[in-house]
Design a protein around this ligand. Sequence first.
Ligand code: ZN
Length: 436
Amino acid sequence: MKNYIIQNAKYLVVVNDKNEILKGATLVIKDGRIEDIDPTQLPTDKEYEIFDASEHLIMPGLINTHTHLAMTLLRGWAEGVNLDGFLEHIWAAEAAIMDKETCALGTELGAGEALLSGTTTTLDMYLNPDATHKAAVKVGLRHIAGPIFFDFPGLDGLDWDQRVAFARQWPLIHKEIGGAQTPLFFMPHSVYTDSAEHLSEVAALGKEYGARIHLHVSETEAENSMSAKIHGKTPTQVIRDTGILDVPTTFGHGVHLSDADIEITASHGGSIAHCPGSNLKLGSGIADIRKYQEAGIAVGLGTDGCSSSNDLDMWSVLRLAAHMIALQHSPVDVELTGIVRAATIEGARAVGVSDLVGSLEVGKEADLIAIDLSALHLTPVHNILALLVFAAGRSDVSDVWVAGERVVRSRTLVKIDQADLRKRVSDRMSALDPLR
Ligand SMILES: [Zn+2]
């Protein structure tokens, strides 16, 4: 594999414990890892390709902690609806098109969109994870996938026992597909689609395989009411009592958590994927992430799927997360360092990959992005963190490395042909015509 010298970065945003921002630093990537930062002597072998970063900001790749990548295919399909109306529209469209190949196609599109915008890791909950994972790995994304669980047979046609049987095969499938290293995950959809007995079964599987768990938790007040009706408990209490929280668990959304829920989550080491764009668009509410962070909960950021938030743009998510804190508390309470950390190292912690990625530190896998600072909208630079949270956008990301492999070069995907992908997507979309 090729090695790189990222030379003379105008700014290098490290995201370590000291939140250092280095000027004029050089970073060496060898065998997929960060070998050195600002070495006294640079390697001279020919096997190193040099990237001149004198007009770039280099930082860790963004971590999207909650999404459904294949839903890129349903971007703009259900507009002007709340979560119930949204699910009704989307489930009909999914029923019409989402076979295994189409799940893979949508994921390939999503993985490409994510990488081009500077996201290097995604936690992706969707049907047919064997097909989706293969597709995302092909594009070069660090793609966290896992078996999904509902009580009813979903579009994948699996009944409960088949889901459990597939989950038992998943560790082997996951290993065989390869790609950038990711943890094992099991993904029951939510407490309103999975019974308490079934959630207990997934918790037991999680313990058996040393996997992590991801599910939607308290996305809306309606979900909380439904949980109270079905279980007589909050969603957080349900997942505690079914043993889910005995396994490291990432909550998708976590908008409406009571103080008791926050305490339960914190004491069990649960983490939260905050999706401000989707929560605002569907009118689900505003999660008080400062409260969660103060309780010691790892809070990452996520876009959710493109059917509810229309794109996989993490930059708009950073911005919305900051705006929400200003609105809910005050502008003084917006800590820019905290927002950038949520998009990188805290997101990595929330999905169990902080030992691997999320910061630019020697020994970690080289997941990093280069932001081209030559744009007028990034000029001048008075405050680097404010630039990242409030001014930078995805078109500013010029180059991306995942596990030391350069997967985006000068704003173009390296591993797949974008024009061919667009054609395959457009051909497949004709299957939606009868529903229009
Ligand atoms: Zn979701």
